[in-house]
Design a protein around this ligand. Sequence first.
Ligand code: ADP
Ligand code: MG
Length: 246
Amino acid sequence: MSERKQIIVAEDVHKWYGKFHVLQGVSLTVNRGEVVVLMGPSGSGKSTFIRTFNALEEYQQGKIEIDGITLSHDLRNIETIRKEVGMVFQQFNLFPHLTVLQNISLAPIWVRRSPKAKAEELAMQLLERVGILEQAQKYPGQLSGGQQQRVAIARALAMQPKIMLFDEPTSALDPEMVREVLDVMRGLARDGMTMVVVTHEVGFAREVADRVILMDSGSLVESATPDAFFSHPKEERTRKFLSQIL
Ligand code: ADP
Ligand code: MG
């Protein structure tokens, strides 16, 4: 069976928080292996939108398909989706009372029913990939922010997801730690991971993204290649946004 090319298909997605129309008909298709960077002012709905891709948020109208599976209220679908879509948050959300190794091997053991030894072997491989193999036995509180975020990335990868979502993964980091996290993300992109990244890191977007999208007030305003987006934006709102961040 050939793999389908379009791995995320969101069509005319609407969501309300009470009376507040937070997603106002958002459509986005992401191809396998593509890296999409989503930018936009605070409160424009970026987090809400990408959180619908792994069913952390419900939506009321429209359609979302992840690798051919329709995201509905069916709980079986939600379990499958959570295995296939990894997520990394601004606040690393590690379990403070578990070691780094335990943080990474927990879900494979409990959700994927992987034998402990196998899960730990995979965890060690992932720690090597994110460059902190020597921290395996430490607790999150003993690590720097950049190291904790790399553990969070390894933890998401341990579920062997097909898609990785990043929600402002470097916004909570001290400047000197931003690069080590972006480098890990660059490596993932190079290895062909499908990624949707909310970030205002222009250098990363220019270098790594296939497409950059501006979201504002619950709608997608402009979608373009990095060069077109940053150097020749078509929309007035994009120009205004860029003048604020560049
Ligand atoms: P962004 O990630 O672009 O900053 P969010 O998706 O977090 O935006 O939020 C979009 C809007 O929805 C904001 O105005 C925010 O206050 C509102 N919002 C987010 N979560 C909730 C919630 N659980 N209940 C009500 N309003 C929310
Ligand atoms: Mg957000």
